[in-house]
Ligand binder design. Structure first.
Ligand SMILES: N[C@@H](CCC(=O)N[C@@H](CS)C(=O)NCC(=O)O)C(=O)O
Length: 341
């Protein structure tokens, strides 16, 4: 009885903290039982996470949701996209509404420590920039003194903007709005001179949300590091590994030249690295508590990182963002898979 009381007491005090009880849960088991991954994404952001007219979601972040579903459940389709604005995203993770946050979220020390969340890798290296109407005649961010700047509530962009302005002796008037569509409308209607967020976001907004994209220009300055990546809850290491290594497998597959198109032939490869990646070697999924074919399922159903990049945000997409920092480390970029062995 006394013991039970102690446990109840402990549970009650954990409940006060909010996110802790869920942090104790084993999300991998929860997801396997439920049969699908609940993936927190944007409310609709071309290139990263956006639904088509049939309600099917696409994007670089969606491919991460799909990769985790393929690794854990053997089927990339077994995920549910949970649309979240910038402000809602960490609460949704803390409360257990989602298993995984895959939503153009910058990793910062505060987010990785103080919110009960922990990042599981980087799937897009970005930086904050500025989008302006051409008619403003501005060619550099240094000319923005006195400008009105639109941003979304709950983004890292607000603080970064304030820091940069202070350091550069620039005065500006922030217009900060919670819903994405409303910030975009405010900008399109000229309620602010500038939209400031991640450069990828600016490219996406310009191409998919503004009537005449050619009337707008992204300024050359990038004022911060915005490493974007998935987050899970702290204290759930098995699940953290499932997400982290799903992303690694996509990058490793690109490094090894394994694609969705050649993966069947690659099963016969004599390369030990490829054999391990594709689960030809028995026991390849054991330590992750996944099926040996976990990475094979990712590559076959989702593709490697380069394929996902090109089709969603790269040259095969309307965004046409060059690989830049997101190229493989062997090609001058920062994408580097930790060894799968
Ligand atoms: N990387 C920044 C910004 C990410 C962010 O939330 N950007 C906004 C503005 S472009 C967005 O994606 N909004 C989409 C939505 O709320 O659905 C962060 O993590 O705070």
């Amino acid at each position: 009885m006394r013991r039970l009381g102690l446990i109840q007491g402990a549970v009650a005090s954990l409940a006060l903290v909010g996110w802790l009880p869920l942090a104790q849960a084993d999300t991998l088991d929860v997801v396997k039982d439920r049969g699908y991954v609940q993936c927190g994404v944007t409310t609709g952001f071309a290139g990263f996470s956006t639904p088509d007219d049939k309600g099917q979601w696409h994007g670089l972040d969606i491919d991460l949701c799909r990769a985790v579903a393929a690794a854990v459940l053997g089927d990339a389709g077994k995920f549910k996209a949970v649309p979240l604005n910038s402000q809602q995203r960490f609460t949704a993770l803390q409360s257990g509404e989602i298993d995984l946050l895959a939503r153009n979220t910058s990793v910062t020390q505060r987010r990785d420590t103080a919110l009960g969340a922990i990042h599981a890798g980087i799937n897009f290296y970005d930086g904050q920039g500025f989008l302006v109407p051409k008619e403003l005649g501005v060619t550099s961010a240094k000319e923005l003194d006195g400008a009105t700047i639109c941003m979304q509530t709950g983004t890292s962009n607000e603080n970064t903007m304030a820091d940069w302005a202070r350091a550069n002796n620039i005065k500006y008037k922030p217009v900060v709005i919670e819903q994405f569509s409303e910030v975009v409308n405010a900008f399109a209607a000229g309620r602010c001179d500038v939209f400031s967020t991640d450069a990828s976001g600016l490219a996406s907004i310009r191409i998919s949300k503004l009537k005449n994209p050619e009337d707008y220009v992204v300024l050359p300055e990038i004022i911060s590091k915005e490493p974007l990546g998935p987050f899970v809850r702290q204290g759930d290491d098995v699940w953290l590994n499932a997400v982290k290594w799903s992303l690694m497998a996509m990058i490793e597959a690109e490094e090894l030249g394994v694609t969705s198109a050649n993966v069947e032939q690659q099963l016969k490869s004599s390369s030990p690295s490829i054999q391990r990646l594709l689960g030809v070697v028995p026991g390849a999924g054991k330590n992750l508590r996944l099926d040996d074919k976990w990475a094979y399922n990712i590559v076959r159903q989702v593709g490697n990182y380069g394929e996902s990049y090109e089709r969603n945000v790269g040259m095969g997409s309307p965004l046409k963002i060059p690989r830049g920092l997101n190229a493989l480390w062997t090609k001058g970029g920062l994408m580097y898979a930790l060894p799968i062995r």
